[in-house]
Design a protein around this ligand. Sequence first.
Ligand SMILES: [Mn+2]
Length: 322
Amino acid sequence: MSTYYDIFNGDADGLCALHQLRLATPRHAQLITGVKRDIQLLDRVQAQAARAGDEITVLDISMKSNAAALAALLGRGVKCQYFDHHASGVVPRHANLTAHIDTAPDICTSLIVDRHLEGRQRPWAVVAAFGDNLVASAIRAAQPLDLDHTELARLHELGDCLNYNAYGDTVDDLHYHPADLYRTIEPYRDPREFMIDEPVFDVLKNACREDLYRAEETKPEFAVDTAALYVLPDAAWARRVNGVFGNRLAQENPQCAHAVLVSKADGYVVSVRAPLANPSGADALCARFETGGGRKSAAGINRLPQARLAAFVDAFREAYAR
Ligand SMILES: [Mn+2]
C-alpha cells in the first residue's frame, strides 16, 4: 500500500494551498509541517522511509532548500507534486516530478494552486494572498467573488491571523500547531463560516493584537525615509509577532524598506521586507549572509551572529537608505 504525505509550510499560504487542493481532491495523508521558518521538511519524509509508489505533495517550501532530499525521494520512486513561489534553483527533470513554480513577486503558492484548480476554491486563495501580504493580488483574486468591503476585510484579517500563528522558533512558541490548525480548517469550504463557527479566529486575533501592541512600543534603531530597522527582544511574543509587525510597517510606509531583528542568546533572526512600492533586493541582501535567503520582496537570515550585526546594518543601509 502506498502512503501519501502532505508537506506544507505552516503559514497562511501553505495551509490554504493544501486546503484548496484537498477540498478539490480529498486524500488521507500524513501531514508534515512546522513553524514558518522550518522549511527543511523533505528531510523528515526521507527519514520516515518513503518508498516507491508513495506520493508526496509539497507546498510553499523552497525546492532549492530541499533539493537533496527531493532528488533522493525521486530516485527512490516516490511521486512528487510540487507547488511553490520561492527561488527554486534548477528544477530537476524527472518523470516522477510535477512542478508548478512561479517566482513572480505578486504570486504566492495558494495563487499557483488556485490557477491549477481554475479558481474553484478561490476564497482560500484570497485569504492566503492577504496572509502573504500580497494585498493587491488578494483584492484582484477576490473580484469575481462579489464580496462587500466588510467581508473582504474579514478575509484579510483571517489571512493575517493564520500567518501570525506560524511565526516562532519552535511550535512551542505558537498558539496552534499548524497541523492542528489545518485539521480545524479542513471541514470548511467557506472561510467566512470557519470564522463564525470556530473560536480559532478570535483567539488568534486577540493574541496578535496584544503582541503587536508590545512591538509598536519599540523604537527603531534607525529610521530614514527609505529604510528602518527594529530590534525586538528575546521573547516568545517577539518571535510570534515579528512577521505581522513587518507587514504592518510595510503597509504603513510603502516607500520604505524594513528590517526586523529578533534577539536570541547568540545573535538575531532577521526579516527584511523591501519597499512595497519597489519590491526588490531583499533576497540578494540576505543571501550575502550565511543562512540567509528568500524572495525579492521578503527575505530573511535564520541566524545572524552577534559579531555580524554591524555588517548587516551596513549592508541594509547600503541597499535601501539613499
Ligand atoms: Mn508563501
